[in-house]
Design a protein around this ligand. Structure first.
Ligand code: SF4
Length: 190
């Protein structure tokens, strides 16, 4: 056979020598993290969080859903007289999948509880509940009824309660502003 014959130990020594050369050549080339890029990334994360919250606060989508006489006032809330859209309370949505605010307007019978819970589960997260009127808040005139629950807060987490029998649409307007405040939106003077 032509050429030089190497035994296993010589190959091993050569490999070690090559590894050492490679390590030595890389020593002076340590790549430091890009500080500017890291800071920009933190900044964009912080800004996007604020931007998302600003968008959320200014685009609350109530669900078009009524249970009893308070629902008449809910309809008035969507009318031109109240003009709820000027504050970012957008049009009532016909499906829970497009809504994030559930306004419980009217008394809640025990048979309706599973249906209301199902609609709540179908709503976009994060989702909010407004108990609108005496019946939704505590059972109202039906406090001692056998088939009406004593407030929607017994089955769903309520963010804002609205007193009145019935409350005015303007009270719902006020409740939405309270909800905006709760979400961290600076809504004064707008
Ligand atoms: S609070 Fe009064 S107006 Fe509203 S649903 Fe109850 S009884 Fe009707």
């Amino acid at each position: 056979m032509n050429g030089i014959d190497y035994d296993g130990q010589e190959f091993e020594n050569a490999r070690k020598e090559m590894d050492k050369l490679v390590q030595d050549s890389l020593k002076g080339r340590e790549i430091k993290p890009n500080v500017l890029f890291a800071k920009l990334s933190d900044l964009s994360k912080g800004m996007s969080g604020k931007l998302v919250n600003w968008s959320r606060v200014n685009s609350l989508w109530p669900l078009q859903f009524g249970l009893a006489c308070c629902a008449m006032e809910l309809m008035d809330f969507a009318s031109a007289r109240v003009d709820a859209e000027r504050k970012g309370f957008l049009m009532l949505r016909p499906t829970p999948r497009q809504a994030d605010v559930m306004v419980i307007a009217g008394w809640v019978t025990k048979s309706m509880v599973p249906e209301i819970k199902r609609m709540y589960e179908q709503m976009a997260k994060p989702r909010y509940v407004i108990a609108y009127g005496e019946c939704a808040t505590c059972g109202g005139p039906w406090w001692e009824s056998y088939n009406i629950i004593k407030g929607i807060d017994q089955v769903l987490p309520v963010d804002v309660f609205v007193a009145g029998c019935p409350p005015k649409p303007e009270n719902l307007f006020g409740a939405m502003i309270k909800l905006q405040k709760k979400l961290g939106g600076d809504i004064e003077g707008r």
